[in-house]
Design a protein around this ligand. Structure first.
Ligand SMILES: NC(=O)c1ccc[n+]([C@@H]2O[C@H](COP(=O)([O-])OP(=O)(O)OC[C@H]3O[C@@H](n4cnc5c(N)ncnc54)[C@H](O)[C@@H]3O)[C@@H](O)[C@H]2O)c1
Ligand SMILES: O=C(O)[C@H](O)COP(=O)(O)O
Length: 527
């Protein structure tokens, strides 16, 4: 009989499902060492956000087939390590949507009416009505940052309460926002105009400290900020200073840069600051939903069936998967790359299968390309199962073209072109030699580079000295260049430069690159 370890508190409904097919051991509050000690005996691990599933734990889990996260975020699981070890990681992308949205709304109303402090004062035997004069949300402007599942529900309810809605989400269509009664605006406009700002996006390189001192300085003195998404999207030190100085009126946080919060200056603030211990998903209903959703998936995988919300393994038959896996990896990498080059809201993706690839079943490659394209926006939420529907919901049109006559690489090549609100970009790639992914052209300029974790691309005039200037500029910012290549169509015309760098480009350096004479455009991507 299979064995399942449940290492965080999970609703009994999930345990009952698992017990039909496995021996279930519930052992919570394990130290990392204790977990490493016992994990070799288990076929499945079921967790919430309390267990950090590190590479070490995954490597010790010699029999592990599946890790089930009873919730949305898998940022506490080393998914690449699990993927490398062939372990399916599943989550419950929708089970706690309503709970998290209602928590954000509760935070907004609590902030407006000082409920936590008023409650405490009555319990302290006071009858103080003067200190708790509130504000109405009716006719006020709510700025929703991240108009996905949770943000959409918050918007719907807030609209019913008579609020005006602004939204910032670079990956959502204007039509979708309009359906929800939201006016899509740039982040700056939202920060300046909103009375309440609620955050509902994943934590990514782009969203980390999105709400920093600069952003807080743009807000109205009456503005209130709510973060029930992920810790670290708000710079806690900057928030503390803004509240202390009366620069904004209030803030409510459910999630923190480090959890539990520990010693933090935020704890010393008054009624302008509301703190809850990551309770967004903590409703009886949500816990039943996520427990059932994930337990069913664990049960299915232990029975040899596919999982419906795998974040790392495509839902294709094993034979097709094995054959196509390297090309799906190629498509996903190119999708991620072209999405970052295009930036903004993507309206169309053209997937062009060339050479031998043109005779293949294109669907898995299209799905993989979309998964890559959406990965910046949705992180672990996008998978091979939901990439198509997520793209459709975002108004991304997909066009497939084939050209079997192009015989540039054995095995064929794949070209992705993304058209978005900021323009059009295209990238081509192929598998070379021993199956290594190579980017073989950018915007029609021939190059030949393997993708790197951090890269810089420039479009520039092909003229003497420009490469040296970029090299020295990066050197002056202590950026180490691992490789550099230039692609051009004609001598002294336009050219692209592709740099692989060892670390993320420090803030501000991209602007410096664009100031170098001859540089027309510059982009940095993280793959
Ligand atoms: N507090 C809790 O207990 C709790 C519970 C559930 C979910 N969450 C968190 O809430 C967040 C939202 O979850 P969801 O289910 O709505 O996810 P979702 O994937 O449905 O929506 C996220 C939205 O954020 C948008 N987005 C991505 N990058 C952005 C950026 N730079 N700026 C603005 N928008 C951006 C995406 O386009 C997407 O529409 C996640 O971070 C999730 O982990 C927290
Ligand atoms: O990502 C999630 O689903 C939420 O952050 C909830 O986390 P929890 O399961 O630890 O409450």
């Amino acid at each position: 009989m299979s064995k399942v370890l449940v290492s965080d508190p999970i609703d009994q409904a999930g345990i009952d499902i698992l017990s039909q097919v496995a021996q279930v051991d519930v052992k919570t509050n394990l130290s990392p060492e204790e977990l490493i000690g016992i994990i070799p005996d288990y076929d499945a691990l079921m967790i919430r956000s309390g267990t950090r599933v590190t590479q070490e734990i995954i490597e010790a889990g010699k029999q592990l087939k599946i890790i089930g996260r009873a919730g949305v975020g898998v940022d506490n699981v080393d998914v690449p390590a699990a993927t490398r070890q062939g372990i399916v990681v599943v989550n419950s992308p929708e089970g706690n949507t309503i709970a998290a949205a209602e928590h954000a709304l509760a935070m907004m109303l609590s902030l407006s009416r000082h409920i936590p402090d008023a409650n405490q004062s009555v319990k302290n035997h006071q009858w103080d009505r003067k200190s708790f004069i509130g504000a109405e949300v009716y006719k006020k402007t709510l700025g929703v940052v991240g108009l996905g599942k949770i943000g959409s529900h918050v918007a719907t309810v807030a609209r019913a309460m008579g609020m005006k809605l602004l939204a910032y989400d670079p990956f959502i269509s204007i039509e979708r926002a309009e359906q929800l009664g939201c006016r899509i605006v740039e982040l700056d406009v939202l920060l300046r105009e909103a009375d309440y700002i609620t955050l509902h996006m994943p934590k990514t390189a782009e969203t980390t400290h999105l709400i920093n001192a600069e952003a807080l300085a743009k807000m109205k003195p009456t503005a209130r900020v709510i973060n029930c998404a992920r810790g670290g999207i708000v710079d806690e030190q900057a928030l503390y200073e803004a509240l202390k100085a009366g620069q904004i009126a209030g803030a409510a946080l459910d999630v923190f840069e480090s959890e539990p919060i520990g010693e933090s200056p935020l704890l010393s603030l008054g009624k302008e600051m509301i703190l809850t211990p990551h309770l967004g998903a903590s409703t009886a209903e949500a816990q039943v939903n996520v427990a059932i959703d994930v337990a069913e998936q664990i049960r299915d995988v232990l029975l040899g069936l596919p999982a419906r919300s795998a974040v790392n393994i495509p839902g294709l038959s094993p034979n097709v998967l094995e054959e196509l896996r390297p090309y799906m990896q190629l498509a996903e990498t190119l999708g991620n790359l072209v999405g970052q080059l295009a930036g903004g809201r993507i309206e169309m993706l053209n997937v062009r299968l060339q050479g031998e690839l043109a005779t293949n079943n294109s669907q898995p490659l299209v799905v993989a390309a979309l998964k890559g394209l959406l990965s910046q926006a949705l992180r672990e939420r996008v998978n091979y199962v939901n990439a198509t529907i997520e793209a459709k919901e975002r108004g991304i049109r997909v066009i497939e073209t084939r050209d079997a006559s192009i015989r540039d690489y054995s095995g064929g090549s794949l070209q992705l072109s993304a058209i978005g609100t900021l323009g059009e970009h295209s990238v081509t790639g192929a598998l070379l030699g021993d199956g290594e992914i190579h980017i073989t052209s950018i915007d029609g300029f021939p190059i030949n580079v393997p993708p790197n974790r951090y890269m810089v691309f420039t479009l520039h005039r092909d003229m003497p000295g420009i490469i040296g200037k970029i090299g020295s500029l990066l050197g002056s910012f202590n950026v180490n260049i691992a490789s550099m290549q230039v692609g051009r169509k004609i001598v002294r015309g336009d050219a692209v430069m592709v740099l692989s760098i060892d670390d993320p480009l420090p803030e501000g350096v991209l602007d410096e690159i664009t100031k170098v004479p001859g540089i027309r455009d510059a982009y940095t991507v993280a793959l």
